[in-house]
Each structure stands twice: as structure tokens, then as C-alpha cells.
Design a binder for this molecule. Structure first.
Ligand code: C2E
Ligand code: MG
Ligand code: MG
Ligand code: MG
Length: 281
């Protein structure tokens, strides 16, 4: 069963294999209805600029509370969409919700806050993501610079399939962030090929960094790399005030994590971090 807090708040897959298969089948079957009746939703998590507690951007994170299985982990939702033959529809849902959030922020006078959406390597390779994103931005009358996409290094594995799309998005002004940087095989070539504007350093390197000299050295090297290439550095998984201090000292540009703000529904995030809120905290 799903726990309600912490890392294990999602339905766990480690029960019997039978359960796991049933969950997979059920989520495949129920995905399209869930998309249609809005049981699938997008939550948002704030990303703050370093130095102050100024909101810089907001990450869109999919959520699905399945009536039988509880909260499904987002990567499993993406898999369910594929199994259900609904990848494009799912992807468009995320783009449209992100556009709606951008429009809401702009209506509140927060036009310098961007919205970041995740694009999986498979979505990137198999869907016409550039066209789908740019069409919807135009339809909504929003500048491409108000949207950011987060891709992982794995995206570069199928570079032939994605280079043109990334170039089209980047040329139009959509910002590109490399997500989970440092979690896998990181190379300088990846950064160049993926046209990265920002690096989101994986939380495995960030959480508890204040007490780990090795992590601090690694992060120092990543910061130097980012600065040399003129790429913004974002830390994810900031879980304590000590993490914040250490990251500020290292020279990070932005931070995201449970210590600064948890993901929540659009209304709650706007209430907490919008213009009337007086900022974070
Ligand atoms: P991600 O893009 O790296 O997103 C950050 C994840 O870390 C989120 O998990 C977020 O809730 C969690 N997180 C944020 N701050 C902290 C912290 O301080 N401590 C800890 N322990 N965790 C923190 P979530 O929402 O479960 O999403 C997991 C992954 O699923 C995402 O990782 C992203 O790769 C993928 N994902 C989420 N939404 C979408 C979507 O709409 N489309 C696609 N394709 N993938 C998505
Ligand atoms: Mg992300
Ligand atoms: Mg990440
Ligand atoms: Mg991650």
C-alpha cells in the first residue's frame, strides 16, 4: 500500500509480482479515462533564485491518485501512457497544463517566472515534441521563453532523433535544462549537443552535501564547468538549511527541494508563493 509521506509515498512495487503486474495492467486500462476526467493532474514545485528567496521558475510534475492503487509514481504514469498508446495525448496534456499555469502567472504579474516541464527520452525521440510545444504556446499567445523543458542525459543516446527538435525549440526561445545531472554518465559533449541553458544537479549529489567533503568537491567541479560554459546551475533535492548555505557558498544560481517548497496543486502554489504571499517560507 502507498504511504502518505516521504520518499515512499507512492504505491510500492515490491509486494508480490502479481500485484505489480495487476497495477501495471490497471494503470494501462485506466490511463485514458483518468486523462479525460482529470483524475490525472499536474502539481508544481517552486525553484528559487539563489541569494534571496525569489521565485525563478516552477516545475510541472504529474500526479495520479489511482482509486485502487493510490499514488502512482510519475515515471510509471509515463510508462502507462505508452502502454495505453496515449503518449502523445499525455504529452499534450502536460504541455497544455504548463501553458495554463504560465498564463495564470502572467495574469498575476509574474511574467518573469518560467514553467519547466519534464520530457522523457522516449517522448523526446518518438513524438514531434517541437511542433506540439510550439503550436500550443502560439495558440495560447505565450512567448516560448516562458517555457523550459527538462531532459535527462539519456536523451543524448538517440541524438539523431532529437537534435533537430532540440534545435527548433532552442532557436524559438524555449529553455533547455539537463535534469538529474551527475546521476549517470555525464560528458561535456552531452551539454553541447543538448543545447543546455541550465544544469539541474541530481539530488544524490545535493542532499546532505554539507556533511560530505567528496560531494562538495564534485559539486565544486560541476559549478566550475557550468560557469565556464555559461550554463546556469540548479540544485535539486535541497532538504535542509545547511544544504542551502553550502550551495550558496559553492555559487549555485538556483535551488529546489522540500526544504524550500514541496510540490502542490496550482492553487496552493500560487497561494504560497504568488504575489500576495510575501515570498517563500
Ligand atoms: P525530476 O524531474 O528529477 O523531478 C524531481 C523529483 O524530485 C520530483 O519527484 C520531486 O517531487 C522530487 N523532489 C523535489 N524536491 C525534493 C527533495 O528535496 N527531496 C526529495 N527526496 N525529493 C524531492 P516526482 O514528482 O516523484 O517525479 C519523479 C520523476 O518523474 C521526475 O523527476 C521526472 O523525471 C518524472 N516526471 C514527473 N512528471 C513528469 C511529466 O509530466 N512527464 C514526464 N515525462 N516525466 C515526469
Ligand atoms: Mg525535472
Ligand atoms: Mg531531477
Ligand atoms: Mg530526479
Amino acid at each position: 500500500a502507498a504511504k502518505s509521506t516521504g520518499r515512499n509515498r507512492y504505491c510500492t512495487f515490491d509486494k508480490a509480482l502479481g500485484n505489480r503486474l495487476k497495477m501495471r495492467r490497471d494503470s494501462e486500462r485506466d490511463l485514458l479515462p483518468a486523462l479525460k476526467n482529470r483524475a490525472l493532474e499536474i502539481w508544481y514545485q517552486p525553484i528559487f533564485k539563489c541569494g534571496g528567496r525569489q521565485l525563478g521558475s516552477i516545475e510541472a510534475l504529474v500526479r495520479w491518485n489511482h482509486p485502487r492503487h493510490g499514488w502512482i509514481a510519475p515515471p510509471d504514469i509515463v510508462v502507462a501512457a505508452t502502454l495505453a498508446g496515449q503518449s502523445e495525448r499525455f504529452f499534450c496534456f502536460v504541455v497544455e497544463e504548463s501553458c495554463a499555469m504560465i498564463a495564470r502567472l502572467r495574469a498575476l504579474g509574474m511574467e518573469d517566472v518560467t514553467v519547466a516541464m519534464n520530457v522523457s527520452p522516449r517522448e523526446m525521440a518518438q513524438l514531434p515534441v517541437d511542433r506540439l510545444i510550439l503550436e500550443r504556446l502560439e495558440l495560447a499567445g505565450l512567448p516560448p521563453t516562458s517555457l523550459e523543458i527538462e531532459v535527462t542525459e539519456e536523451t543524448a543516446v538517440d541524438l539523431r532523433a532529437v537534435a533537430g527538435k532540440l534545435a527548433a525549440l532552442s532557436d524559438a526561445g524555449v529553455r533547455i535544462a539537463i535534469d538529474d545531472f551527475g546521476a549517470g554518465y555525464s560528458s561535456l559533449a552531452t551539454l553541447r549537443h543538448l543545447r543546455a541553458d541550465r544544469l539541474k544537479v541530481d539530488r544524490s549529489l545535493v542532499t546532505g552535501l554539507a556533511t560530505s567533503p567528496e560531494d562538495r568537491l564534485l559539486l565544486q567541479a560541476i559549478v566550475s564547468l557550468g560557469q565556464a560554459l555559461n550554463i546556469e546551475l540548479v540544485a535539486e533535492g535541497v532538504e535542509s538549511a545547511d544544504d542551502v548555505l553550502a550551495l550558496q557558498t559553492l555559487g549555485f544560481d538556483a535551488m529546489q527541494g522540500f526544504h524550500l517548497g514541496r510540490p502542490g496543486p496550482a492553487d496552493r502554489i500560487i497561494e504560497q508563493f504568488g504575489p500576495q504571499s510575501g515570498g517563500a517560507g
